[in-house]
Design a protein around this ligand. Structure first.
Ligand code: ADP
Length: 430
């Protein structure tokens, strides 16, 4: 009997231990879940006392108030949450700006059952919507800018054509009529350009721009574009010269995007340089990056404007950008296009002395060598440049081995041979 009692007691002890372990495990698990959430959680019990909170909530709120009332006094007074709570509204939620974050707070009553017991407390969730609100703000500003930019030429078109229709055609001289019609025509061109730029930006923003990454010689591309604009520059008595500082400059990029970027930089240099000035275009390299530098001795840009010229619609009015129909979208588009090729544009300038805009692009040799290791590690291409690089490497590997679809991810291929091919093909690129 005694033996049985002892055994029963031991079993009972073991059961207690097991239950305690289970509770401890469940507690650890729920704490781990709470901690891993990237949403702030604060829970108050049915007596409105603080029961739990997670680390994210502590980052947002600091020391968490120990009762629901004091939480709502501190964080729910200005956003209507406290009032909604006391009026027993179904929706107790609001936004809170705190320490640079914009949080969306939702307070819900939870008639949950925990271990058979009703839990009538409140759970407050805090979600970081800072990025979302910022994007929304930018979108609003963008739409306001677009409307303003479209409205300006439209107003001119409307008022000039109204005047002509009302009395101008009958009463104005032929020359005046011609000048009014020219004004209407110029503004319709401005609208057309603006709409084309906006459509291009929206295609870039939504990653729908069709790009074709190919190997080509960046210096040669820049030389051809300089050639194309020589006449336009000399019509304004501006000298446009091109010099090559590095012989080999093969890039893997979308040629038409690069042409567009260089065209924009050169056309800007022509616009913002006075008659008799000069523009020099240099092609060179810094270690593994190639650059095209467009240097003018034009009007220049002061530091405040320089910090803003890559912002959409930003124009420096005193440079007369509006007068010749600038949209203020040229440089932002150029910068986006450069980023798509893993490049960038940098600007330096001094008012009255001139400006220097430099397009940097990574060398094809570097991209292709990097992609060799990416494909051998079976990494997925992370952008359009990598997709083209991986395809090119695979094609050359097939060429090297004389077979098709050689397994490049087994590490068994001729690495030295492939590196030599990359160097040769890159050097031979016309
Ligand atoms: P825009 O269509 O007005 O030329 P951009 O985005 O190409 O728009 O340029 C933005 C602004 O930067 C221009 O309004 C102009 O004031 C300034 N800018 C650009 N390039 C030059 C330059 N080479 N010299 C002086 N100012 C320039």
């Amino acid at each position: 009997m005694l033996w049985l009692n002892k055994r029963d007691r031991r079993r009972a002890d073991q059961n207690v231990m097991r239950t305690m372990r289970r509770i401890a495990n469940e507690r650890t698990e729920s704490q781990a879940i709470l901690s891993s959430l990237n949403v702030g959680i604060v829970a108050y019990g049915s007596d409105n006392r603080l029961i739990a909170s997670n680390p994210v909530a502590e980052i947002y709120f600091g020391v968490i108030p120990d009762s629901l009332d004091s939480f709502l006094d501190r964080f729910g007074a200005d956003n209507g949450m406290r009032a909604a709570y006391y009026l027993e509204s179904d929706d107790v939620s609001g936004e809170l700006d705190i320490d640079g974050y914009t949080l969306r707070l939702v307070c819900q009553q939870h008639p949950l059952r925990i271990d058979g017991e009703r839990f009538g407390g409140h759970i407050i969730t805090a979600q970081d919507v800072t990025q979302f609100r910022r994007q929304e703000e930018q979108r609003k500003v963008f739409v306001a800018n677009v409307s303003h930019e479209l409205k300006t030429p439209l107003t001119t078109i409307k008022s000039y054509s109204e005047t002509l229709l009302d009395w101008g055609i009958d009463e104005k001289s032929r020359d005046d009529i011609k000048s009014d019609v020219t004004r209407i025509y110029d503004d319709s061109i401005r609208m057309e350009r603006l709409i084309a730029d906006l459509l291009l930006l929206s295609t870039i923003d939504s990653s729908r721009l069709h790009v074709q990454m190919v190997l080509f010689n960046l210096s040669e591309c820049a030389r051809q574009i300089c050639e194309r604009f020589k006449d336009q520059a000399s019509a304004k008595s501006i000298a446009l010269d091109f010099s090559v500082l590095s012989l080999q400059s093969t890039v893997l990029a979308d040629r038409s995007s690069v042409e567009r970027i260089l065209t924009n930089l050169i056309v800007n240099a022509i616009h913002y340089t006075e008659a008799g000035g000069s523009i020099r275009v240099y092609a060179g390299n810094i270690v593994d990056d190639f650059y095209i530098k467009v240097v003018d001795d034009g009007v220049g840009i002061d530091q405040t404007d320089l910090d803003n010229i890559f912002r959409r619609f930003y124009r420096v009015d005193k440079t007369g950008s509006r007068a010749f129909g600038g949209t203020g979208l040229g440089l932002p588009i150029a910068q986006e296009l450069a980023r798509m090729q893993r490049g960038r544009i940098e600007a330096e300038s001094e008012p009255g002395i001139g400006s220097q805009f430099t397009l940097f692009l990574p060398s094809a040799r570097r991209i292709l060598r990097e992609s060799l290791f990416e494909v051998s590690k079976r990494e997925k291409p992370r952008d359009a440049v990598a997709t083209a690089a991986h395809d090119t490497v695979r094609r050359w590997l097939d060429e090297l081995s004389g077979e098709e679809n050689v397994k490049y991810d087994t590490g068994s291929f001729d690495l030295r041979g492939l590196l030599d091919i990359i160097d040769r093909k890159v050097n031979d690129c016309p």
